[in-house]
Structure formats: C-alpha cells, structure tokens
Design a protein around this ligand. Structure first.
Ligand code: DGY
Length: 320
C-alpha cells in the first residue's frame, strides 16, 4: 500500500507527478487555502503533509495527524506558519525548499529597487491617466543607482544574491548581519555596520531576514525615523518584519519610499492606504514566482515528503 499524503494546493505538475509516483494523494482542489478545520480533517490518518506558507500548521494539527503523520514538507524556504519546535518535539520531520528560490527572490528585490528608484509604477499610472502630453525635463525624476548606497539587512543566501546584482550597478554596499564574517563580507565588497548606522547611511534598504520572534517588527517607527530623506525600504521577506502601521505613517509624510512584495496581512485589503500611496509599490508576494524556481520548489517539497513517508532523511530538513 502506498503512503497517503495531503497536498494542500495544486503545486506545479513536476512536483505533483513525483509525489503521485510514490504516494496516494489527497489533493485540496480549491484555489483558496483549505480552512483550518479542513486542514485538520485531511491531515488525520495521513503519513505526510505537503503545505504552503498560507497554511497554519500548529501543535493541534500535528496531534490530529499523529500517530501516522511522519513528515511536514513546506513548499517555501520560510516556515513561520509552522510551529517547528512542536514538530520536532513530536518527532515529525520538517522540510523546506532553500536555495532554489534565491536568484528569483533577489531578482524581484532588485526589480522593486529599480521600480521605486525610477518611479516605474507612477510612470505607468501617468500614461494610463492620460497625463503624458509632452516630454518635459523634470517629469518623474527619480534616484540614481550608480554611486548610491544599498543597505542589506540579513546577509544570507538571498542577501548575498542581491549584493551580486548591486555590484553590477556600481552601488556601495553596506550590511547589517550579526553572524556574518567581516572578512568574507569584505571580499564581496560589503562593509558590515550596526543596524542604526546602516539605516542612517543607506539610500536603499533591502530586508533579508527570516520572520521569527527576534525579527518581528525589526523595522519600527524608530528605525524608520533613522532612514535618510528619500530612502527606500524594500521588503521581500515577510510582512511582519516591518511594523506596517509605522511604515504607513512614515510614508504618509512623504519622507521615505517603500517597495513591498510582502505585507501584514496577506492579502492586503484593496482599500488599504499602502495601495494608494504614490511613494509605495506593493506586489502580491511573488518573490519566488519564476517558472523555474516554482518547479524546483515543488520538486524539492516532493522529495522531502517522499523521504519522510519512506523513513529516509529529508534532503533539506529544518533542524531543531
Ligand atoms: C518563501 O519561500 O519563503 C517565499 O516567501 C515564497 O516563495
């Protein structure tokens, strides 16, 4: 008999086909995530669970899955939606999909940086609203990248991939990353600084820390007040890393700019102030949304799931 698994959404076919080779698949058919009660009901009696960042995976759900549930495989690198310590306590293996979305996410962070600097969204709106009547020497002036300072908060895989892009644009690069090695950073042309110094010096600030108890609201009113006039905050990690109410207040003064792939909550209501501020760009959590990255994430999640239900070590396990 094949192991049975619950897959909480139609993941890219490459991954789904691989899971089906080995497992009996209960696939949630909806476009929307399963409501929590359905998540619990479908996890009960299964050997494995393949989930997404929109699914709340807590201790009660794990208990519903026991004693059969052996593995939780998340199709994402971030896993703040999962009570990882509770999974470890219960001996349930936990996997995620690091590495394969690094370049795609760095591309999006850089796309947001460029879009904010050169006011791309405002330019598109300007045309759509019929305001393009002539070429004018001071229409939609933006910031320069060459010679500007980029501050990276969190110099992990994705942060370093953003550094590689910024080097090609002749930017000065500074970073705050308590565990980074200053010598290694220097070889990448990166100067390590305290958070406050970074906030005071950077023209563009890009966040690359995972969401956890120590990074929730890492950027609040105080940090925003340290940013230079005209500086841009770019967030492609998780919305709650930024105190969003404080960000809205800072943006409403017109002093800073923001370009966000992630918000708190997601999705953001269409009438939220962030959606209409001219100095803010919001896109719908598409950092890893390249075809290749999503196929690889699905395959990686499939391999973690299969390893877990067949009693093998997970290729990319989240360690306790
Ligand atoms: C992740 O993997 O954590 C991203 O946010 C979604 O791709």
């Amino acid at each position: 008999m094949k192991p049975s698994v619950f897959v909480t959404r139609a993941i890219p076919e490459a991954g789904l086909a691989r899971v089906r080779e080995v497992c009996d698949v209960d696939l949630w058919p909806g476009e929307m995530p399963p409501p929590y009660e359905e998540l619990v009901a479908h996890t009960r009696g299964k050997d494995g669970l393949l989930c997404l960042l929109t699914d709340r995976i807590d201790a009660a759900l794990m208990d519903a899955g026991l004693p059969t549930l052996k593995v939780i495989s998340q199709m994402a690198v971030g896993y703040d939606n999962i009570q990882a310590a509770e999974a470890h306590k219960r001996g349930i293996a936990l996997g995620n999909t690091p590495g394969v979305l690094t370049e795609a996410t760095a591309d999006l962070a850089f796309a947001l940086l460029l879009a904010s600097a050169r006011r791309i969204v405002e330019g598109v709106d300007y045309i759509r609203q019929g305001q393009w009547v002539t070429w004018h020497p001071t229409t939609l002036l933006g910031g320069d990248l060459s010679g500007a300072t980029l501050g990276i908060i969190g110099l992990g895989r994705i942060g370093q991939a953003v550094v590689r892009r910024a080097s090609g644009f002749n930017m000065r690069i500074i970073a705050h990353s308590p565990r980074a090695n200053p010598a290694d950073a220097a070889t990448q042309g990166v100067e390590l600084l305290s958070m406050d110094d970074l906030l005071r010096r950077a023209d563009y600030i890009s966040l690359h820390v995972p969401l956890n108890a120590s990074t929730r609201h890492l950027i609040g009113a105080r940090e925003l007040s340290l940013m230079k006039d005209g500086a841009t905050l770019i967030n492609t990690t998780r919305g709650p890393v930024v105190d969003q109410a404080a960000l809205v207040a800072a943006l409403q003064t017109g002093r800073i700019r923001a370009a966000l792939d992630v918000t708190d909550p997601e999705p953001l209501p269409a009438d939220h102030p962030l959606m209409s501020l001219p100095n803010a760009i919001v896109v719908p959590h598409i950092g890893s949304a390249s075809r290749w990255a999503r196929d690889q994430m699905a395959l990686m999640a499939a391999e973690n799931l299969i390893a877990g239900v067949t009693g093998q070590p997970l290729p990319t396990a989240v360690r306790p």
